[in-house]
Design a protein around this ligand. Structure first.
Ligand SMILES: NC(=O)C1=CN([C@@H]2O[C@H](COP(=O)(O)OP(=O)(O)OC[C@H]3O[C@@H](n4cnc5c(N)ncnc54)[C@H](OP(=O)(O)O)[C@@H]3O)[C@@H](O)[C@H]2O)C=CC1
Ligand SMILES: Nc1nc(=O)c2c([nH]1)NC[C@@H]1CN(c3ccc(C(=O)N[C@@H](CCC(=O)O)C(=O)O)cc3)C=[N+]21
Length: 289
């Protein structure tokens, strides 16, 4: 079998079709949707993502502001700006690009963002609501994955789902969303004893590990759906400089039924869901949600 791709660019384009109209309607009602992205330090990968986010906002008619801080910025400086943005009614979304330099406490910064403006869905309040199955801002990457599965009518109820990775921003919320939708979920991580034992049983495998070509075809059940969240920039070899996922695409696609490519898979969906959350926040501010 050769798997079919789930095209994250095409699905994103479809979902973003109405965004500009919605943004214009809100603007007419006096609420111009606005996302603020904060970038601390000079991580080149982060700079690229921030640029992508800002460009996507512009296309969708969402105002975006970028605040950049040097790598030696203090936690107090960052927190002061967040307090200012929390109080500013013209701002609907605040995103602090991760990772942060080590002198800054990530948890403290994420908790400082007002839950109503937490369009990343990383605040403890929003994460708690997600766990309880209540409405919140959902983390963009796992939510984008759910939309990809939905677009292909992949059955979730009763499916065996394996998530590799247990981070707060991808693995954990991904597992919770699959669980809420009725999958039987196994979460694997660096302490898992026999990873392939788990992945070979899975109808749906999500790889969020941060290791290029980590999940190979021999670890996948024939006909499984393979979701590659990984975004790794290759540093050496013939493909140096190119992006590569956590899945060994060539071997995996011979075994899977559906697979997400990198680039053009989960990445663009993350940005789409971020724009969606920002519009939702603006709608709430306009009293139209
Ligand atoms: N497409 C997108 O929009 C996004 C992509 N990403 C990408 O997704 C990937 C994961 O990101 P993130 O969750 O933030 O990464 P983290 O580094 O925070 O988490 C990685 C997870 O993988 C687990 N892991 C590491 N090594 C192994 C192993 N040998 N076997 C099994 N599990 C292992 C870790 O386990 P342990 O907890 O035990 O250490 C950890 O839970 C990265 O490539 C990142 O760039 C991230 C965000 C958005
Ligand atoms: N607070 C915070 N929120 C995040 O959502 C967040 C973050 N910090 N830190 C870093 C990760 C990573 N991430 C990506 C978003 C888009 C692409 C993306 O657009 N990828 C495209 C192309 C990228 C390219 O060409 O470089 C693709 O896969 O096709 C990738 C990765 C969001 N993250």
């Amino acid at each position: 079998m050769t798997a079919r791709n789930i095209d994250g660019n095409a699905l994103s384009a479809k979902l973003r079709e109405n965004f500009a109209t919605e943004a214009a309607t809100l603007a007419q009602a006096g609420v111009t949707p606005c996302l603020v992205v904060m970038l601390v330090g000079d991580n080149p990968a982060s700079a690229v993502y921030v640029r992508n986010k800002v460009a996507a906002c512009e296309k969708a008619g969402i105002k975006s502001l970028k605040f950049e801080y040097p790598a030696d910025a203090t936690e107090a400086e960052v927190l002061a700006r967040i307090a200012e943005l929390n109080a500013d009614p013209s701002v609907h979304g605040i995103l602090v690009q991760l990772p942060l330099p080590k002198q800054i406490d990530e948890d403290k910064v994420l908790e400082a963002i007002s839950a109503e403006k937490d369009v990343d869905g990383f605040h403890a309040e929003n994460f708690g609501l997600l766990l309880q199955g209540r409405k919140s801002f959902y983390p963009c990457t796992p939510w984008g994955v759910m939309k990809m599965l939905e677009s292909e009518n992949v059955p979730i109820k009763g499916a065996e789902a394996v998530v590799i990775g247990r981070s707060n921003i991808v693995g954990k919320p991904m597992a919770v969303m699959l669980l809420s939708q009725g999958a039987t979920v196994t979460v694997c991580h660096s302490q898992t004893k026999d990873l392939a034992f788990h992945t070979r049983r899975a109808d749906i495998v999500v790889a969020a590990v941060g290791k290029p070509k980590f999940l190979t075809g021999d670890m996948i059940k024939p006909g499984a759906v393979v979701i590659d969240v990984g975004i790794n920039r290759l540093l050496e070899g013939p493909d140096a400089g190119k992006l590569c996922g956590d899945v060994d695409f060539d071997s995996a696609r011979e075994v899977a039924s559906l697979i997400t490519p990198v680039p053009g898979g989960v990445g663009p969906m993350t940005i789409t869901m971020l724009l969606g959350n920002t519009l939702e926040s603006a709608r709430r501010a306009a009293g139209k949600a």
